[in-house]
Design a protein around this ligand. Structure first.
Ligand SMILES: [Ca+2]
Ligand SMILES: [Ca+2]
Length: 417
């Protein structure tokens, strides 16, 4: 552990960056560019699912070459979050009468899920855990319901605490951290967390008095250290030190930027999409230092004033997909070639030694050999390393940090140890 930590520091000094970032170049996919794509779900087998507001669910079985709709029985196309299981069954929230509620697709037809509340603002937050449970947050009733059978049936699991002013806090976004803690971003009640799979919830203490209790938290992300990232009100922030820790502003965004989505490559490069405020930030922003600072990654996109971005996600084969009001975009290349555990730019035998040294480790990070980002070093990571063996890790676009900068990075990491 200590040796790999030292190695990481030496690597940072040599490479000047924690993450070797590939240039991001966007390209419109073959999906109809007039569609308002709300979310995209790329699957491990290469299939892609899309929820488009006003048009329904689209599926591609050939990595985005051709698309078919899967709308049989779906009563309304005002769609919210979409969850897709490995077997192709799906759960989506439907926002307006008469089809409002949460709907389940069995591979042939959509049916309304019994047990999920309807009405009001409906379902805005969903999460599917590694174990397969689907948790749904309903804004109007301020409740959490859960399905343990991939969406066929739901039961109520919790009524959420009200915000300090006594109103429903109303879930907007839900995500599970790497240590299993569940987090909820809310409309007016700040950030809540649960350590018992959503049964009981508590508010994360306010350490940013200027914006908290905050709302409009539409997205939650995590860096490789497990720190929570979100817009706290309109201030993009990072929670350092866990649920009793401190909110720290993330640098690089204009004031009053709202973040709509987060995603992360296995080696820790972060991406987010911004909401329109003035001055307009880049639509897509990226961070190679765990969210401390962000820069634009919008090459190939139409100007920010003409393209609204809804969400961004890294696919299992490490491409980025971007859901926008002007269709679906994808990067022209994979943005991460996993396997370079020691960060020397080559995927080689020395990386195998690192992986072997941590084989079976839980709570693992990329530098331990956890190349698929599931927190465990195991045979799946070996397969990834073997598949990329002999390749060069992508050329860094991050400028080499020299002298003072590199020393400052080491100091910062030294204090955290
Ligand atoms: Ca290497
Ligand atoms: Ca792994």
């Amino acid at each position: 552990m200590k040796v790999s930590y030292l190695l990481a520091i030496v690597t940072m000094l040599m490479a000047g960056s924690c993450v070797l970032a590939v240039p991001v170049q966007w390209q419109l996919t073959t999906l109809d560019p007039t569609l308002d794509v709300r979310c995209v779900v790329p699957m491990p087998n290469g299939d892609i699912y899309v929820a488009a507001r006003g048009a329904g669910i689209f599926h591609s079985a050939d990595r985005g070459q051709t698309w078919t709709t899967l709308n049989n029985g779906l009563p309304d196309f005002e769609l919210g979050p979409l969850i897709v299981a490995q077997d192709g069954t799906m759960v989506v929230s439907v926002g307006r009468n008469p089809g409002e509620g949460t709907w389940w697709y069995d591979g042939a037809i959509w049916r309304q899920c019994p047990g999920v509340p309807t009405g009001g603002w409906g379902v805005l937050a969903m999460d599917k855990t590694a174990g397969g449970d689907i948790l749904v947050g309903h804004a109007w009733t301020n409740t959490i319901t859960v399905s343990t059978d991939n969406g066929r049936t739901f039961t109520q699991r919790a009524v959420l605490p009200n915000s300090p002013n006594g109103w429903a806090s109303s879930p907007y976004a839900m995500a599970r951290g790497p240590d299993g803690t569940m987090y909820l971003g809310t409309e007016i009640g700040g950030v809540l967390y649960s350590r018992d799979d959503g049964r009981t919830w508590a508010t994360i203490p306010n350490t940013d008095k200027t914006t908290y209790p905050a709302g409009n938290i539409a997205a939650l992300g995590f860096n490789n250290a497990g720190e929570l990232l979100c817009n706290l009100g309109v201030n993009p922030s990072r929670l350092v030190g866990g649920v009793t820790g401190t909110w720290v502003a993330m640098a690089g965004f204009p004031i009053e930027t709202r973040l709509n989505s987060f995603t992360k490559t296995p080696d820790g490069q972060l991406f987010t999409v911004t909401r329109r405020y003035s001055p307009q930030p880049p639509q897509v922003c990226t961070s190679t230092d765990g969210g401390a600072s962000w820069t634009g990654a919008s090459d190939g996109l139409p100007p920010a004033a003409t393209l609204v971005c809804n969400s961004v996600v890294v696919s299992p084969d490490n491409y980025l997909y971007l859901a926008t009001k002007g269709g679906l975009y994808r990067t022209t290349t994979a943005i991460c070639v996993p396997g370079d555990a020691n960060g020397d730019g080559k995927i080689a035998f020395t990386d195998y030694i690192v992986l072997e040294g941590h084989f079976g480790k839980t709570g693992a990070v990329y530098a331990d050999g956890d190349f698929n980002g599931d927190g465990v070093v195991n045979f799946k990571d070996y397969i990834i390393l073997e598949g990329n063996f002999g390749q060069s890790a992508p050329e860094p676009v991050t400028l080499v940090v020299l002298g003072v900068g590199a020393v400052a990075m080491v100091r910062r990491h030294g204090r955290a140890a």
